[in-house]
Design a protein around this ligand. Structure first.
Ligand code: PLP
Length: 232
């Protein structure tokens, strides 16, 4: 199947999940996760209307940033080392993978230094409590947000998670429900002026379920670009 055909299929699934859960299609943004894929493939997705792309490596993101149209919103979705923040802070629409106070501090510091008024960030939550995954422990996520909320030139917009690998996407529904609850609880605490309304969750295997449980950003790679080949 072509990238355009894949995108049409993904779009159908998103619409169906929105319908099934009484949500408006406009509440959900599809991020095309293009890691390891050549810019020719990104361009095909771009030509089909995609403007949000997700990358997990700093070097790859900045290379593609230089080669692709300037109206793209780049999402940093991978683990981010503090010493690399300076390369992307003025290039990304959102950093999904903030998992330490030190990293939030560095994003704030580099944003100030480079004159970037605001960087939207998400707090990564290790929702399945897996040793192999990055992210804040679920029960500490609210406290973590409070710690970093007042840092200059960054805005905590919500949460991101990578759910455990599941044979059946329904197995992850419980995790997505918990993520949504975290958002609801924070908003109850912060009141009307809360900026925390983004939930980045759901990948190729489980994005429909994630949408049904409240995802506002879904990150789909394989379902758009096909399997990744890490051997080349
Ligand atoms: C690779 C990746 C994705 C996309 O995964 P697919 O299963 O190919 O859709 C989403 N989120 C993160 C953080 C990733 O690293």
């Amino acid at each position: 199947m072509s990238i355009k055909g894949n995108l049409e299929a993904v779009e159908k699934n998103i619409e169906n999940a929105c319908k099934a859960s009484g949500r408006d299609r406009s509440e959900v943004t599809l991020i095309a996760v293009s890691k390891t894929k050549p810019v020719e493939m990104l361009q095909e997705a771009y030509d089909a209307g995609i403007r949000d792309f997700g990358e997990n490596k700093v070097q790859e993101l900045t290379d593609k940033y230089d080669m692709m149209p300037s109206d793209i919103k780049w999402h940093m979705i991978g683990h981010l080392q503090r010493n690399k923040v300076k390369y992307i802070v003025d290039k990304v629409a959102m950093i999904h993978s903030v998992d330490s106070v030190a990293l939030a501090e560095e994003i704030s510091k580099q944003a100030v230094k480079k004159g970037v008024d605001n960087v939207d960030i998400l707090v990564e939550v290790n929702i399945g409590d897996e040793d192999s995954k990055f992210g804040i422990v679920y029960n500490q996520a609210a406290e973590f947000v409070e710690k970093i909320m007042s840092f200059s030139n960054i805005t905590v917009r919500g949460f991101m998670c990578v759910a455990p690998i599941a044979l059946n996407p329904d197995e992850n529904r419980q995790y997505f429900t918990q993520m949504k609850q975290l958002c609801v609880d924070i908003n109850a605490k912060m009141g009307n002026n809360s900026s925390v309304n983004v939930l980045s969750m759901g990948m190729t295997g489980d994005y429909q379920v994630a949408i049904e449980e409240g995802a506002t950003l879904v990150r789909v790679g394989t379902g758009i670009f096909g399997e990744r080949d890490y051997s080349i």
